[in-house]
Design a protein around this ligand. Structure first.
Ligand code: GTP
Ligand code: MG
Length: 202
């Protein structure tokens, strides 16, 4: 996809701040440090649009990125990070839940899981929230570059089995380092934009 303009519309903490736009949201959820912000940067070919950190818990607001007035990419706060206080965790949980339950424009929440590990209980729970609002699951298996070719098949199988992915669901192996999955992901984004009556600029 040929992108002309990307803006961080807003870093929101409550629904009143969500952008009032007609086009769809594509949201990204996943454990802290799984690679959500890196994936957004890679897809948009921007080095540091979304803040990336080795320290988990970097993204603590709901960040809306406007892509050419056709779609918002929405970077949700990461969950499952042990080092934040209970109070902080509750706040982030509420923020994600409110977004999922109230956002009219939401077309899909993409779940990111680390391709090297079995999805956690938090991932399984997150997917059940996603399934409650989206007809199918879209899962991105991140850090795919870190797997040896001999490990790939078994790793994806473990993700598929643990998350109980089925026929309608989509799983995309992805690497923000070498670009694996970028093209496949954009094909999928184009489908969403077209389904919502928008125009792609491919
Ligand atoms: P929070 O904002 O805390 O929720 O984290 P996040 O999910 O946005 O993760 P982020 O993109 O900040 O990445 C966390 C760390 O993983 C950084 O050190 C990244 O460089 C690294 N990383 C992310 N994606 C990849 C990948 O595909 N391959 C490799 N090798 N490292 C990655
Ligand atoms: Mg982040």
């Amino acid at each position: 996809m040929n992108i002309h303009k990307v803006d961080l519309t807003i870093s929101a903490v409550n629904p009143k701040q969500y952008p009032k736009t007609e086009f769809p949201d594509l949201a990204f959820a996943g454990r802290s440090n799984v690679g959500k912000s890196s994936l957004i940067n890679k897809l948009l070919n921007r080095k540091s649009l979304a803040r990336v950190s080795q320290k988990p818990g970097k993204t603590a607001t709901i960040n809306f990125y406007n892509i050419d007035d056709t779609i918002h990419f929405v970077d949700l706060p990461g969950y499952g990070f042990a080092q934040v206080s209970k109070e902080e965790k509750r706040k982030w949980g509420n923020m994600i839940e409110t977004y999922l339950n109230t956002r009219q424009n939401l077309s899909q929440v993409v779940l990111l899981v680390d391709s090297r590990h079995k999805p956690t209980a938090d991932d399984v729970m997150m997917l059940s929230f996603i399934r409650a609002v989206c007809p199918r699951a879209v899962v991105v298996a991140t850090k795919y570059d870190k797997l040896k070719p001999s490990q790939r098949e078994a790793s994806l199988k473990l993700v598929i089995e643990t998350l109980e992915l089925g026929g309608e669901d989509i799983i995309i192996p992805f690497s923000s380092v070498n670009g694996t999955g970028v093209e496949e992901f954009w094909c999928y984004v184009n489908e969403i934009v077209l389904e919502n009556g928008g125009e792609t600029n491919e």
